[in-house]
Design a binder for this molecule. Structure first.
Ligand code: NAD
Ligand code: ZN
Length: 255
């Protein structure tokens, strides 16, 4: 049996006709780089108290009341991201981008591993943890990993001494307009031939809708996740297991 034998025959056949691909990723694709998810097995929410504390610290009310606490939480996430390197999944997505005519990657991850691997057309809808914005003058900047990992309190703006905030979407905040507009262009105005959703518990409408729209438009839809989600019964193919097992096969089957 060929290595592609792990994929259903009908799926392999349909992959041969794909020219444009949209991929949606969540924390699960970074597990094999050593970064914990929020939900699912081994996730932060397996310890509900720890999860609750993290969500509260990473929320907009806490940022306004006690920015030092928010930054200590971001700093602890940064220590987890630490020296993590992209894994097979991140690399295979770069390969897919190089193979097809049009490719877009919508990620909820804030770890920048898709960027590090070399993916180009990325919509990082939640931003990334290394980016900063001044709450007084609006200046945007970045922190080095070592600096972020050792922060004990909120950093200050080099221009105006104002308090910096993470330039990422915190719990309870709205998504950035420019990135929502890009989702619209890439997933709704031009629906990709194939939409893959991998490593996300798929709880938010901006994650599930692009998959459902593709499905109802007779495009090919695949979910890769070791655990079921609300999308599992609604996609054409559910591949139950780690993303690193299936993405090399999907990349190989694309013509
Ligand atoms: P989530 O934590 O809610 O869900 C993770 C999902 O990944 C689960 O469904 C789990 O079954 C699945 N999974 C676990 N291992 C997998 C593997 N090897 N292959 C494929 N799937 C696997 O993650 P989410 O849906 O991304 O939502 C969490 C939020 O937390 C996001 O908004 C994100 O910004 C943030 N977050 C980011 C990171 C990161 O950047 N790496 C890490 C944790 C949380
Ligand atoms: Zn400033």
């Amino acid at each position: 049996m060929s290595e592609l034998g792990e994929l259903p025959g009908e799926l392999v056949q349909r992959l041969g006709d794909v020219h444009s691909v949209g991929v949606i990723t969540g924390a699960g694709v970074s597990v094999e780089s050593g970064i914990r998810t929020y939900r699912g097995q081994g996730g932060l929410y397996d310890d509900p108290e720890e999860g609750e504390r993290m969500v509260e610290a990473l929320s907009s009310p806490t940022l306004l009341r006690d920015p030092d606490r928010t930054w200590r939480a971001v700093s602890s996430l940064a220590r987890q991201v630490g020296t993590a390197r992209p894994n097979v999944t991140h690399h295979e997505l770069v390969r897919i981008e190089q193979k097809v005519d049009r490719f877009v990657l919508l990620t909820q991850n804030v770890d920048r591993l898709h960027h590090d691997a070399g993916s180009r057309n990325i919509i990082d809808i939640h931003g990334d943890i290394f980016a900063t914005r001044c709450m007084s003058c609006g200046l945007v900047g970045r922190l080095e990993a070592e600096e972020l990992q050792s922060l004990g309190r909120a950093p200050r703006c080099t221009e105006c001494e104002g308090t910096l905030r993470p330039d990422a979407v915190l719990f309870g905040e709205l998504l950035p307009h420019d990135k929502l507009a890009r989702i619209n262009e890439e997933f709704y105005e031009l629906i990709p031939d194939l939409v893959i959703v991998a490593g996300t518990s798929a709880l938010f409408p901006y994650i599930t809708e692009p998959v459902l729209v593709a499905r109802y438009s007779d495009k090919l839809t695949i979910e890769i996740n070791p655990e079921p989600t609300m999308l599992s019964d609604r996609v054409d193919f559910t591949l139950r297991g780690p993303a690193s097992r299936y993405l090399p096969l999907i990349a190989a089957a694309l013509s």
